[in-house]
Design a protein around this ligand. Structure first.
Ligand code: SAH
Length: 495
């Protein structure tokens, strides 16, 4: 039994779902933030539960061979990137291995590496030949030394909280992991580089015009958050200030400051010029942790920016859900389309369809695409996106997939049949009721897009025990320096 306040020397062996290191004391798992597999660390137990404990890193006695100095100065305190202190190649090895181990252990797939491929952000595809051998990849990053440039600045959406520091001074930055104290920031190395110019402008504006900032406890003050979105394929920029009030004072002045700083940024950057398209406010007068309020207003330009995933165009407003790494998402959805192997005329279902990205992708090659999604606003976006792209062979349904699909299929087994089913569920994976209906629909192929390999493996086991074979799996490093990994799998009906 591990007790609170004890100090232990622990060898870290694994990484938890939130990026913390995991080691053991007397067979009990101890979760320690800021540690990596291979670290030997002095850890103070801060919380002890039945069979597990949380520890605070006191000192690293022997660092892991994969430990690196993070590029970002605030990597340790910021709750964003959880793996920046890990060598990038080791991050890739870790993600690859995680999917392989889960498919094997939980999914019941023997030698999954035979059917796996790995796609890194440079678009390169790596095949299992590079991973043969059974040595522990955590400790041998050189085996995966791809020599690729580390992916930074890939995120298209940022939300910076604005508030007061301990001394009552205005501060703009990031929440420290799991808390609401704001760490000041001048840059974020996974967000688009233009954010630097935006952060600088907002600070300048707040200081110069003495604009009040939000005090979470007292629920007073104006500026709560700054939301930025960039269209990575269109270079359009949206800046939206979330305010506790109805009007932004000196808005024209802020617009001018932003314009000047963005122009400067464009001049000094080798990348394509940023086009400041949309300057907005979002009104959130409630005492709530929710970032956005329910109404937005355009101050200058448009109420949206546009961007592409693959060759499908999307209109993105402050509230819209949109994939945060559209470049990798495009590649991943391209793989889903390849796995779907459509010849034309097929009926496809896109379960958990969000704003319909996959449905729209598939509809270009299919006869008809149905999408189902629980959030009404997302379904509205999906319909609008279909119109925007001149696509008329899609139909979207609002509701829980596990309720809507069984009902529709029971009503009309011909109309709502499926040649191919795609699922892209949230982390908890697919509801078993939905999997049962999919079995009844008996599509030739199931394409499983997953953001959590543990639930993916669980669902793969279920499907392989009920008439399907796992044919292929492709792993994507879509959230570099974070702990999450995306996988797309192809399952075929056994003949
Ligand atoms: N492919 C989508 C993203 C899918 S993310 C896109 O590109 O937009 C998973 C989606 O499942 C989310 O939009 C979430 O709202 C939705 N969801 C969660 N539980 C659901 C359920 N029980 N039934 C249907 N959709 C659900």
């Amino acid at each position: 039994m591990v007790n609170k306040n004890e100090v232990h020397e622990i060898i870290i062996e694994d990484i938890g779902t939130e990026g913390q290191g995991i080691g053991h004391v007397d067979g009990e798992a101890v979760f320690v933030k800021d540690t990596l597999p291979g670290d030997t660390a002095i850890v103070k137990i801060i919380k002890a539960k039945k069979n597990m404990a949380y520890g605070r890193l006191e000192e690293i006695i022997k660092p892991s061979v994969n430990r690196v100095v993070p590029r970002c100065e605030v990597a340790k305190s910021c709750g964003g990137c959880t793996l920046q202190h890990m060598d990038y190649n080791a991050q890739l090895s870790y993600k690859w291995n995680k999917v392989r181990e889960l498919l094997k252990r939980v999914g019941g797939i023997s030698e999954p590496e035979r059917i796996m491929e790995f796609v890194t952000p440079d678009g390169e595809v790596h095949f299992p030949q590079e991973y043969t051998g059974e040595e522990d990849v955590h400790h041998s990053p050189e085996r995966l030394a791809y020599g690729l440039e580390e992916p930074y600045h890939y995120r298209n959406k940022m939300q910076f909280p604005v508030g007061l520091d301990k001394n009552g001074k205005a501060v703009l930055g990031f929440y420290a992991g799991r808390t609401h104290s704001i760490i000041p920031l001048t840059d974020c190395c996974i967000g688009h580089e233009v954010n630097r110019a935006v952060i600088k402008s907002i600070k300048e504006y707040i200081d110069k015009y003495k604009v009040s900032v939000y005090d979470e406890e007292k629920h007073t003050g104006l500026i709560r958050h700054v939301l930025t979105r960039v269209g990575f394929h269109t270079n359009e920029l949206m800046v939206c200030l979330v305010i506790n009030g109805d009007e932004l004072p000196y808005a024209d002045k802020l617009y001018d400051i932003l314009t000047v700083n963005i122009e400067k940024y464009n001049k000094n950057s080798d990348d394509a010029d940023i086009d400041f398209r949309s300057f907005m406010i979002n009104i959130n007068n409630e005492k709530t942790n929710r970032i956005l309020g329910f109404s937005s207003k355009v101050l200058r330009g448009e109420a949206y920016i546009t961007d592409y995933i693959g060759d499908i165009v999307f209109r993105i407003s402050p509230e819209s859900f949109f994939q945060v790494n559209p470049e990798m998402t495009g590649k991943l959805y391209g793989k889903a389309l390849e796995y779907a192997a459509l010849k034309g005329g097929e009926k496809v279902w896109d379960m958990y369809c969000g704003i319909g990205t996959i449905s729209l992708f598939l509809s270009q090659k299919a006869g008809r695409a149905y999408g189902v999604e629980v959030i009404p606003q997302a379904i509205e976006d999906a319909g609008n996106n279909a119109k925007l792209n001149g696509i008329d062979n899609t139909e979207f349904f609002v509701g829980k997939a596990e309720e809507v699909v069984p009902k529709l299929y029971a009503e009309d087994r011909v109309k709502y049949s499926a040649d191919v089913v795609v699922v892209d569920p949230p982390r908890k994976g697919c509801d078993e009721k939905l999997l049962d209906t999919i079995r009844e629909m008996a599509p030739d192929r199931i394409v499983y897009v997953s953001c959590d390999p543990a639930t993916l493996a669980r669902d793969i086991r279920y499907l392989t025990e009920h008439g399907y074979l796992l044919k292929k799996a492709a792993v994507y490093d879509q959230f570099s320096h974070g702990v999450h990994v995306e996988t797309v799998c192809l399952l075929s009906k056994k003949v």
